[in-house]
Ligand binder design. Sequence first.
Ligand code: TTP
Ligand code: MG
Length: 428
Amino acid sequence: MDGLGLPGSSRRERVLAHVDMDCFYAACERQREPALRGEPLVVGMGYEPGETHGAVATASYEAREYGVESAMPITDALERLPRKVDAVDDPERDVSEAGFYRPVELDYYESVGRDVKAILHDTADTVREVSIDEAYLDVSDTVDWSEARAWATDLKDRIEASVGVVASVGLAPTMSAAKVASDHDKPDGLIIVEPGEVRDFFAPLPVEAVHGVGPVTARELAAMGIETAGDLASADPDRLDDAFGERGREIRRFARGEDDRDVTPKGDPKSLSRESAFTEATEESETVRRRVRTLADAVADRARRQEARYQTIGIKVVTPPFDVNTRAQSLPGPVEDADLVESVALDLLTEFDGAAVRKVGVRVSNLDFSAGQQASLDGFETTDDDGPEPGEGRAVDQAPLGAFQERAGTDRVADGDRGGQTTLDEFG
Ligand code: TTP
Ligand code: MG
């Protein structure tokens, strides 16, 4: 986090999201076999069609209603939920009370997981991938609490429309609260826990909801009369210290909603961006241009500090009511050139001269963190291993700098107003 402090506060409340796909393996099977939608579905590890060996990897929410759960032997699952094919042939069984069973096919689920992650990286600069179906995002730079719900709804819609699986999302100012929030209203959940609400949100939950509290600790806490996160938050710290040492104080801090952990990406970010909203939509081109110049400068500075070169420079222009327009130009090779970020951004902006603008953003992407010389205008090597981001074209190798490849996109998003809270101070 750089220079984001609002006047008078040591640290701006972060906007963190935890995204976890619903019954992921089952959702992947349904994505390629839509007839399975709405049906009880069990995906078995070490399972083969018609056989009874293996264990449940996951069960659809319909199958969970029959008591089928992850890690259960398939034999137990079959007792609770027989196979449809078996029920059809068995007059003793009711087909409507039976389900479908499929073997795990991990390669396929991983490819679906990658598609979801690509959307997450396109949406947020800071993404920590935790597992095949789960990630944390830090969107403090681009999403204000007033628009958190609209942003999360749009993200869920994008994932479902383009990948065909459903995500549950939690937003909160801490990682642990965001994780609990994403789980709280599954499936198809969306819970926003705003700053100041974290402790109240945790209070009624069982202690297991607190980060760092597993079943063993929960049992020990229960023996001490501590059953909810609220009990833990108000427990005597010395007593916890006696029972668990420093970890006791730590789980108490988590229960109180105190969690300073940052979302640290495992790899390098896929893009860097800054956005800023106007208090009211403005049609004054010069005002918009001035803001874009400031944002371009801030983004270029951030890239310089992270030693990232970029091959694509883009802008985002939000026009009333909630139309998000993105324009981007790709360079023939990665550069680090603040003046170019500004001139390309302003050039892309001319299309919106005279339009009412609520919010603008500048983004650099197709990032290159490899050490080495800045690309010269002739004879550079393309170092983009990851390929273009969604919605962006791959740069044309060996094209002269003037011959930008351009890709444009327009999409609609419910996108609230930051209410002019963004000040130039934020971009320093
Ligand atoms: P989870 O996110 O824990 O579970 P889920 O996505 O199936 O269901 P939920 O809606 O509660 O998020 O795990 C993701 C995938 O990991 C899951 O689809 C299958 C796999 N998995 C196993 O193989 N074994 C297990 O014991 C668990 C818990 C998950
Ligand atoms: Mg999941």
